[in-house]
Design a protein around this ligand. Structure first.
Ligand code: CA
Length: 436
């Protein structure tokens, strides 16, 4: 639903929010959990330009309307999950209040000016408590490219076009941008008769979107697809770190386990589904593909089910960092081109057996690779399974990640007639394995 908060004429009294190309204009208003790097209590903030509006302070600085004040209570003490569990009308009311408070001409400006902090001066935790994490596999170009490496004659399995494929992920090792990723040790199988044990030698990233759940459902009460959008709270960037050599040996028959569970990194800012309203696309299938089953089909899903988010991955190696070199872009893609299933279809599918989703649960989109080889969202694809190294500025090469490498992912939305919004970035740095 597009409303006054998306008005492209809207400007903020926070001048950096009006800068060309900012991720955080007044039309965005994403949430993060933060504190000043001084051991203070965590609270929820809203990004505006290069500042954070501290909702811990803002709640008390202004006489908010009753409903908005009630919603801000938990946010002031660092709890986003309570807001996530609210009906969509409440989430919209808070967004509308924040939008008019931060817009030019607001009479709250002088009171709220004192509640702003520079983003450069704060640290983040994960935005919410994540109870459960499921990682989907909606990137059809990724699924086909990876399938081709493992099964040249049969890259896409027959269930792919019928079932949104997923596995249960691990929540305990999810961290926020800036995370240091310890290279995992594990079993790998080379050409020899028996497996080896030691540090992963094919460490990779996967460029994904993280979908965070809103109210959710009671056990054994599926969410119909027509209601699924109301149960989505917002979107983050997600790096699904992957140990390809461990994965290749362990993944059959039950799917990846230790190849994935050592780390997942999220961007700090949660961009709400409300902010993303202008950046939706129709869901469409090639004519020769099967139509989704009725429980995965709805008018609104067909009209606007897809998210249209531009994505890119960059790399900085240790040597580049020491030389002061800028990050090098490895690939770029778009979620509307990459995904075979929509967020609403994932919610409907996940709950169709009665499984309950709770506020703050995380769904990974799967790797968002575009149709072309240079649009791949993982090194496995970009290097054709490690066979074609990537040349980096400064003369280095990469097939998979080396110690000291920092992977940076960014996302943003653009559409004529609307103000560009961004998801910020998710970064993580590989550190050496423990001695095995
Ligand atoms: Ca994944």
């Amino acid at each position: 639903m597009i409303d006054a908060t998306h008005d492209p004429q809207l400007r903020s009294w926070v001048e950096s929010a009006n800068a060309e190309g900012t991720d955080f204009p007044v039309q965005n208003l994403p949430y993060a959990r933060f504190r000043r790097a001084s051991g203070e209590a965590w609270r929820i903030g809203v990004a505006i330009g290069d500042r954070v509006l501290d909702l811990g302070q803002a709640r008390d600085a202004v006489a908010w309307p009753g409903e908005v004040a009630a919603l801000m209570g938990p946010l002031a003490s660092g709890d986003l999950n309570t807001l996530m569990g609210q009906p969509i009308a409440a989430r919209r009311a808070l967004r509308a209040a924040l939008s008019s408070a931060l817009a030019r001409g607001s009479d709250l400006q002088s009171a709220l000016q004192r509640c702003l902090l520079p983003q450069a001066a704060v640290e983040y935790s994960l935005a919410c408590h994540i109870g459960d994490y499921s990682d989907f596999y909606t990137g059809i170009h990724h699924a086909r490219a990876v399938g081709k490496l493992f099964r040249p004659d049969n890259p896409l399995l027959p269930n792919y076009r019928w079932v949104p494929i997923a596995y249960h992920g691990r929540t305990s090792s999810i961290g926020v941008s800036g995370q240091r990723i310890r290279r995992p040790n594990g079993q790998t199988k080379g050409e020899g008769p028996t497996p080896d044990f030691g540090p992963c030698r094919r460490l990779d990233y996967e460029l994904e979107l993280g979908l965070l759940i809103g109210p959710g459902n009671a056990l054994s009460e599926p969410i119909p697809i027509a209601e699924a959008e109301q149960h989505l709270f917002g979107v983050t960037l997600l790096n699904d770190w992957s140990a390809r050599d461990i994965q290749a040996w362990e993944y059959q028959p039950l799917g990846p386990f230790l190849a994935k569970s050592f780390a997942t990194t999220l961007s700090p800012w949660v961009v709400t589904m409300e902010a993303l309203a202008p950046f939706r696309r129709p869901f469409a299938r090639p004519a020769q593909d099967p139509a989704p089953m009725p429980y995965l089909d709805s008018d609104s899903n067909r009209a606007s089910g897809m998210l249209d988010i531009s994505l890119e991955t960059s790399l900085v190696t240790d040597a580049m960092r020491r030389a002061g070199a800028a990050p090098v872009r490895l690939a770029a893609s778009n979620s509307a081109e990459a995904a075979y299933w929509t967020p609403a279809q994932l919610v409907a599918h996940h709950t169709v057996n009665g499984c309950n989703l709770r506020p703050g649960d995380l769904l990974g989109s799967g790797t968002m690779s575009g149709p072309e080889a240079h649009q791949a969202g993982s090194l496995l694809e970009l290097t054709d399974g490690g066979k074609r190294p990537i040349a980096l500025p400064g003369g280095e090469q990469r097939t998979f990640l080396e110690d000291g490498d920092m992977v940076i992912m960014r996302g943003w939305c653009e559409r004529a007639g609307f103000v560009r919004i961004g998801l910020g970035e998710v970064a993580g740095t590989v550190v050496p394995a423990l001695r095995s």
